[in-house]
Design a protein around this ligand. Structure first.
Ligand code: ADP
Ligand code: ASP
Ligand code: MG
Length: 594
């Protein structure tokens, strides 16, 4: 007998007919001899309506009371679902998050799950009932109701599947699977058969709204097979699991995060610890920072640019204003009308020319890129909000994502991986976690094969990055970390990247040509060291990058380039600081390492 978790999103339970149809799906599963736990969202747009109600009283409602209010949406659905199941002749029982015993921390509006008690659910399942759990909610140590953040029912579902050791977690929604990009924005988008945890986590965190990114952290950490499928048919959907669909193509999907905000703190004293100060204050407010770009220092001062989700703009702005003053920066700039376009793929790590292809596609539409950051499996470009949709369409086309990739990877079950060994390793490290959503570090790496180039004061116009990386690709140079940030001088940008040291001669030559052509300057560090912390969900655990900066700054180590993703955070330091930095990071993360 298998145990299946079925999650139904807002549109799938928007009215009582749809609730009845979801109930029938659950009953059909039990008829196959399986036990079923249903996780449901608030009906239709009910969460939005509740938010509007509170906002009609005040712009800034108390966050504890907001969780009290929003949790009622899911409570309505669980009760109606139980009534529907009972009416259809099946025993069922509904539970709120608190009744199941989903314990969270006390960060209202974006609480993290600490523990889940399975006793009550097991008893109900064993007595033949279908269990219906309210998504998106939990309870803190003081019995306050908490919520997990918008879209958090996915996370409840996968977390329950993990806690119960379920055989599968089916996410029923209004699309029939995960597409190469949002099919509502790009109608040519293709449904993928399979996508890896790492790729889905990165896409979700970069704006692919089909899954709550934290649910994929759970799925990867606890090895839960997830299937995204349509509520309105019985067709199979997309499997999210350990393996990608293909390892031949560089890109598996593109994401658009429409509502982003960018800050640049100008003239920051370039001393160890200053960046840490800024980011730790933002992390304390649980605001995720992305696209962190720090320009190479000029006369002892540097500029730091980063993005935050658009709805955190005001809170972040207040923090940036205060910290800029405290650290003696010259000031800050902000832009709250930008969007982030990202490409994601496990295959890009070992293919050259991927960045160039993306930048060329954007440039061909006359769209200017404000900022660029990369990691081993993603490249993000920041553009003006009005250009976001055109940029995503252009990039989707450039990588021919509508076409089925030629070579597929064998699924894990066929690939001869030793399942028992894998289970043992995961059981060992999971037993060391204090909370289910605690961070896990896989590796702390030190790479001494890279060198850094920085072009300063480049004319900031469409096509610039494309032209530069096209030339780089023409010499077959595999560019690794790329960071482009808005300069604080009007219309000038800075662009740093790393290349293998063995490519030094050709890149030096190219740099000479380019500086003459663009009238810019180029500095290089022939012996940079890249330090990387690798794990799962690193960007969404807002404090992790800070801990990394703090650890390095305590050793007097300055960082020049910073690149973040859900899978790793990398920084470039001087070669002479490499070993010291590596040792310090190993010591700092020793307890969380697998
Ligand atoms: P639910 O209410 O079921 O949780 P959501 O609205 O949260 O549903 O997620 C489903 C929506 O996600 C789809 O309607 C689609 O517009 C959007 N979406 C964004 N990116 C993707 C993608 N890559 N693949 C499929 N759907 C996507
Ligand atoms: N009802 C919540 C929301 O709309 C949670 C969810 O649907 O996942 O964000
Ligand atoms: Mg959703």
């Amino acid at each position: 007998m298998a145990l299946i978790v079925q999650k139904f999103g807002g549109t799938s339970v928007a009215d009582t007919q749809k609730i009845l149809s979801a109930a029938r799906k659950a009953i059909r599963e039990t008829k196959k001899g399986n036990q079923v736990v249903m996780v449901v969202s608030a009906m239709g747009k009910n969460t939005d309506h509740l938010i509007d109600l509170a906002k009609s009283i005040t712009e800034h409602p108390n966050s504890r009371e907001m969780d009290m209010l929003l949790s009622t949406g899911e409570q309505v659905t669980v009760a109606l679902m139980a009534i529907a199941l009972q009416t259809l002749g099946h025993e069922a029982v509904s539970f709120t998050g608190a009744q199941i015993g989903i314990r969270t921390d006390n960060t209202f509006n974006k609480a993290r799950i600490k523990t889940i008690s399975t006793k009550r659910m097991r008893e109900a399942l064993d007595s033949g009932k279908i269990v219906i759990a309210a998504g998106f909610q939990g309870i803190d140590d003081d019995f306050n109701i908490t919520t997990l953040g918008r879209g958090g029912s996915d996370t409840t579902a996968v977390a329950l599947a993990a806690a119960l050791g379920a055989d599968c977690c089916d996410i029923y929604t209004d699309v029939d699977g995960v597409y190469t990009t949002d099919p509502r924005i790009v109608p040519e988008a293709r449904r993928v058969e399979r996508i890896s945890y790492d790729e889905m986590l990165e896409l979700a965190s970069l704006g692919a709204g089909v899954m709550h990114s934290r649910s994929i952290e759970f799925a990867k950490k606890f090895d839960v097979p997830v299937q995204v499928r349509s509520s309105f048919s019985d067709n199979p959907g997309t499997i999210i699991g350990p393996d990608p669909e293909s390892d031949q193509v560089p890109v598996c999907g593109v994401a658009l995060s429409k509502n982003e905000a960018r800050f640049t703190v100008i003239g920051v004293p370039d001393r160890p610890g200053v960046a840490m100060n800024l980011f730790s204050r933002i992390a304390e407010a649980k605001i995720p920072t992305d696209m962190i770009a720090q320009n190479v220092s000029n006369q002892g001062k540097t500029d730091i640019s980063f993005t935050v989700p658009g709805d955190e703009f005001e809170t972040a702005q207040e923090i940036v204003r205060q910290v800029s003053e405290e650290i003696g920066a010259d000031g800050y700039q902000s832009n709250s009308a930008v969007s982030k376009v990202s490409i994601v793929g496990l295959g890009m790590a070992h293919q050259s020319g991927v960045a160039q292809r993306m930048f060329e596609a954007v440039a061909a539409k006359g769209i200017n890129i404000h900022m660029i950051t990369t990691s081993d499996i993603k490249i993000s470009a920041l553009v003006s909000r009005e250009d976001g949709v055109a940029a995503i369409r252009a990039v989707h086309e450039a990588f021919q994502l509508s076409e089925v990739p030629a070579a597929s990877v064998k699924a894990a079950s066929e690939s001869g991986k030793n399942r028992e060994e894998k289970d043992l390793v995961s059981a060992q490290f999971i037993s060391r976690l204090n909370g289910m959503e605690d961070i896990l570090i896989e590796q702390v790496g030190c790479d001494e094969t890279q060198m850094r180039f920085t072009f300063a004061d480049l004319p900031d116009r469409p096509g610039l990055a494309a032209a530069l990386f096209k030339r780089m690709a023409s010499k077959n140079v595999n560019v690794d970390m790329i960071v482009q940030s808005v300069g604080h001088h009007d219309n000038l940008a800075d662009l740093s990247f790393t290349v293998p040291r063995c490519a030094a001669d050709s890149v030096e030559l190219l740099a000479k040509e380019l500086t003459a052509e663009f009238g810019c300057q180029c500095k290089s560090n022939p012996a940079a060291t890249k330090l990387t912390v690798c794990g799962t969900g690193l960007r969404s655990h807002t404090g992790l990058a800070c801990r990394m900066f703090k650890t390095l700054s305590e050793g007097g180590i300055n960082v020049s380039i910073i690149c973040t993703s859900e899978r790793n955070i990398s920084v470039i330091v001087r070669e002479t600081d490499g070993k010291n930095g590596h040792d310090r990071l190993l010591a700092e993360f020793a307890d969380e390492m697998m």
